[in-house]
Design a protein around this ligand. Structure first.
Ligand code: TRP
Length: 448
């Protein structure tokens, strides 16, 4: 989901030689993500508050997390508590909807450019599954085989379609509820009402707007210029008439269905698409509400903050197909350490868990906040050694990958077909919605 492309080392190097003493700002867009560098050329960590400020998103604060817990009656996921999902647009509005028992749906996606998924790909899907379980709502998963063939010169449409099939099996292994999940490949599904939405939407958007959002120029192929329309209209419920029991053969899209709002979990790099969508959703013939978003940070590469896991670099990430031995080896030899050079120095000065990749991975998987704090404090004080932190990281990661691999074995071609079949979905939503009047009454009470 929202896998940002590999860091463009070439463009970084070129700029660096032109201006040897100049720091370079971070670059974040759907196809190119690179961290900032300082005057000496050192790669810095991503500055997520800066990107949130620049793009005018809201940071997820403690108050919103508490409201989330109150409204859903569920403890916030550790990735919310620990800020991996750190920013949003209108998440509070989705909570209002849930509170009132009104329907909404989840939409996320993946660009299928390789067969091998790593934990940087699966973690966002795990979070989406958790949201689906908590809210009991429909989920659509878009596999953008069209996008990847258009944006990668070395990939054909046939190849990305194959990747989409294989990735879909991995995604199913995350454990999404079949009754309320629809997975589709753009190249196979898009037609009918979704294509109608895409054309209607494209009529509302000028080349200038798309160029402004994505930096295209006059030599960009026209497929790339049109593609954003599809990623946008995938957030309209009317793009999937089958899921709501509407007639896909009708010339008319259901006006009521158009009003079902959407929540999109995605990497922050995907935000430019959805800004375009939020600016124009109300201008459709059957207007749709602005989609809500919940943004994640990038998952840290084994080499450290400022890098990102990449499918084309086997040593940058833990892959879902790695054996326990491979995981152990990768962490031990490649995970960037915030520890000191020698054991004596580490005991004396303590380590830096904030830049320690093994510790970062422990924060992804260890559920127990107290245990995490003990590890953090102990490492800082030099009581816990790099080797011990790595051991903890290896154990948790192996356990996660093992569970995935077991479920993956059970994913057959027939099961894949069932998830990818457009059909009416079956979902419950909030079992105890609050009536609107009552809610307002309660608010008055609180104020007194
Ligand atoms: N463009 C995304 C990628 O390259 C795939 C995608 C499509 C997506 N729709 C999405 C990701 C919605 C997150 C949310 O991976």
């Amino acid at each position: 989901m929202g896998e940002p492309p590999a860091v463009s080392a070439l463009s970084l190097a070129e700029t660096a030689t032109d201006n040897p003493k100049k720091a370079i700002e971070q670059e974040i867009n759907p196809w190119d993500v690179s961290a900032a560098t300082d005057e000496e050329g050192n790669v810095l960590a991503f500055d997520y508050e800066a990107i949130s400020r620049k793009w005018n998103t809201k940071l997820i604060d403690q108050e919103l997390i508490e409201r989330f817990e109150r409204v859903t009656g569920k403890k916030a996921h550790r990735w919310l508590r620990r800020g991996l999902f750190f920013s949003h647009r209108d998440l509070d509005r989705i909570l209002d909807f849930y509170e009132q028992g009104r329907p909404f749906f989840l939409y996320t996606g993946r660009g299928p450019s390789s067969d091998s998924m790593h934990i940087g790909h699966t973690i966002p899907f795990e979070f989406t599954k958790w949201l689906q379980d908590v809210f009991d709502v429909p989920l659509v998963i878009m596999l953008t085989d069209d996008e990847k063939a258009l944006f990668k010169d070395n990939l054909t449409f046939e190849e990305t379609m194959q990747c989409a099939r294989n990735n879909a099996k991995d995604i199913i292994a995350i454990g999404f509820d079949l009754k309320k999940t629809f997975i589709y490949s753009d190249l196979k599904y898009v037609g009918g009402h979704m294509l109608l939405n895409a054309w209607e939407f494209s009529k509302l958007v000028t080349f200038n707007q798309v160029r402004g959002a994505f930096g295209f120029d006059s030599s960009t192929n026209v497929g790339r210029i049109f593609y954003p329309m599809l990623q946008c209209v995938a957030a309209f419920a009317t793009s999937y008439p089958e899921l709501w029991g509407d007639d896909p053969a009708s010339d008319f899209r259901n006006k009521k269905t158009a009003q079902i709002p959407c929540l999109i979990p995605c990497g922050i790099d995907q935000d430019p698409y959805f800004r375009l969508l939020r600016d124009n959703a109300h201008r459709m013939k059957n207007p749709s509400p602005k989609p809500a978003l919940i943004h994640s940070k990038f998952l840290t590469a084994l080499q450290g903050a400022g890098g990102k896991m990449s499918a084309s670099n086997a040593n940058s990430a833990i892959f879902m197909s790695d054996t326990p031995k491979q995981i152990q080896k990768k962490v031990n030899s490649h995970a960037f350490s915030g520890g000191q050079e020698t054991l004596e120095l580490h005991r004396e000065l303590g380590g830096n868990p904030d830049i320690d990749v093994a510790y970062q991975y422990v924060t992804y998987f260890e559920e127990d906040d107290d245990k995490l704090k003990t590890l953090y404090d102990g490492y800082k004080k030099g009581e816990i050694l790099t080797g011990e932190m790595k051991k903890e990281c290896i154990r948790l990661t192996q356990e996660y990958v093992r569970g995935f691999q077991e479920r993956r074995k059970a994913v057959t071609d027939d099961l894949l077909k069932q998830y990818m079949e457009p059909r009416k979905l079956d979902f419950g939503g909030n079992p105890n919605p609050i009536k609107k009047e009552k809610k307002e009454g309660e608010k008055k009470e609180e104020k007194k």
